[in-house]
Write a protein of this length. Structure first.
Length: 228
């Protein structure tokens, strides 16, 4: 997945190019498709630990979005962890999927979708899972438009997304599903009542739904009884 001229120099430069593309897309798409203005928000890159409006966090938290300060937080070592701990194939587009997912949470916050979710709720059809699956879908929607998204008529930062890029993203999605984590990184037993992000199959399905449709309206995980 080639991107901006400096993006291949380092992981953080690649992340900046990806983030710019994601935000360029939602700046146009959010008012056009969902009737809400998009508000740019920066990403905070941290190492080890960080203080946020949602409390303290460490690298073990993984990338996350804090509604309290409307910031995305990323410890870039997480991308290496996806490969070394979770066994993901990795690659630049995997990083892009993760970042687009977190910015999907920002979109949800702007839309007020978070208000539909009871804090701490868990389970396979919980609002928490629906929120995460919708963010996966929004990530797929951005990916659909990434090669045509530009800022003020400039060349798109993302010039190509290959079948291999998408396959790697789906592989990563499957490895951060609740069932995969419980089986391979937990006690080996799947407990659906403890789900907070959705199963591997669900995460793949909803990213694919967004990617194939390119339509944020297709991401209504709160309006369906069939999450996959």
């Amino acid at each position: 997945m080639p991107d901006g001229a400096d993006a291949n120099d380092s992981a953080d430069c690649a992340a900046v190019a990806i983030i710019d593309s994601i935000q360029d897309y939602w700046t146009t798409a959010l008012p056009d498709t969902l009737g809400t203005q998009y508000a740019d928000t920066p990403t905070v890159f941290f190492s080890g630990s960080v203080q946020t409006a949602c409390g303290g966090a460490t690298s073990g938290s993984g990338p996350f979005y804090c509604p309290g300060d409307q910031l995305v937080y990323v410890d870039l070592t997480f991308f290496d962890q996806l490969e070394t701990q979770f066994g993901a194939r990795g690659g630049t587009f995997v990083d892009a999927y993760v970042l687009a997912h977190e910015y999907g949470h920002h979109v949800q916050n702007l839309l007020g979708t978070n208000q539909q979710v009871t804090p701490g709720e868990t389970g396979p059809t919980s609002g928490t899972v629906r929120l995460e699956l919708q963010a996966d879908c929004y990530a797929g929607v951005w990916a659909n438009h990434a090669t045509t998204t530009s800022d003020d008529g400039q060349e798109p930062l993302i010039t190509e997304i290959t079948d291999d890029d998408v396959a790697r993203a789906l592989d990563a999605a499957s490895r951060i599903g609740d069932d995969f984590i419980q089986t391979n990184l937990g006690n080996g037993t799947v407990d659906q009542d403890a789900f907070t992000h959705g199963s591997s199959e669900q995460r793949e399905r909803w990213f694919s739904t967004g990617y194939s449709s390119g339509d944020p309206g297709a991401c209504d995980t709160f309006g369906t009884d069939d999450l996959g």
